[in-house]
Design a protein around this ligand. Sequence first.
Ligand code: SAM
Length: 250
Amino acid sequence: MDENHQTFDDVAEVYDATRSLKPEVMEQVLDVLVEQLPSEEPILDIGCGTGRFLVPLQGRGYDVYGIDISEEMMAKAKQKGVRNVCYGDALDIPHPDGKFHTAMSVHLMHLIGNWKGMLKEICRTTREQYLSVVKGPKFPPYMDIYAEEARARGHPEVVMGILENQLSERIEPAKVILVDHMVEHFDTAEKLKLTRDKKLSVTWHVPDEVNTDIADSLEKTFPDKEIIWEYDLSIMVWNVADIRAWLEKN
Ligand SMILES: C[S@@+](CC[C@H](N)C(=O)[O-])C[C@H]1O[C@@H](n2cnc3c(N)ncnc32)[C@H](O)[C@@H]1O
């Protein structure tokens, strides 16, 4: 397990309000997602959080299971009626070999330094495919801006693992399905508040006083800054067999 789990407990209260896709975009994502999921087969959402995907998939009749290491995030999922959610680490998935047809994770792999260990667990528990809903190909601009400020202050590592999107640079996905091309205007005031409150994962590996210094610096430049992020919102699907073959060589 990595050392981030405590911090997501602190984020649970604001997670849905600050990280969700707009409802109409989420509907688009779900319409594409369900085309990739056979209706009779069990599906695992690793790092399911507040149930952003479990809730609508369960609602559409899927046999979905979630694991997470944050009790507070999972409590939100349970409040929303998610049935099969339990404490579990991506590096030690508490389910038997070959139980799932599909495993998915969204916005998780960048938190896991040992992301290859997570892939091994996916290969152990999952028969057919692993998928993710990704934004790419570039890094989210706010992460970049923050990382640059942290680097300048002697803290080069603010992201532990890789984005799910970046897995495609190592293992060829079986499918990449474009949901939509998006143009997002960042709410810089909101990002700044989340930064000060250390509710963004990029802030967790930086000492408090350095984080405050970065927030002070961004506060000076942000009023004139419009951060626009243009990205492809896609669903990437990998065959478990391809992941297994890659792990054998890497
Ligand atoms: C950014 S949130 C994403 C939540 C959800 N997948 C979504 O897209 O809304 C990351 C989640 O992964 C969980 N997490 C972090 N490290 C984990 C690990 N090693 N095993 C399982 N879950 C983990 C966190 O507790 C958090 O709920």
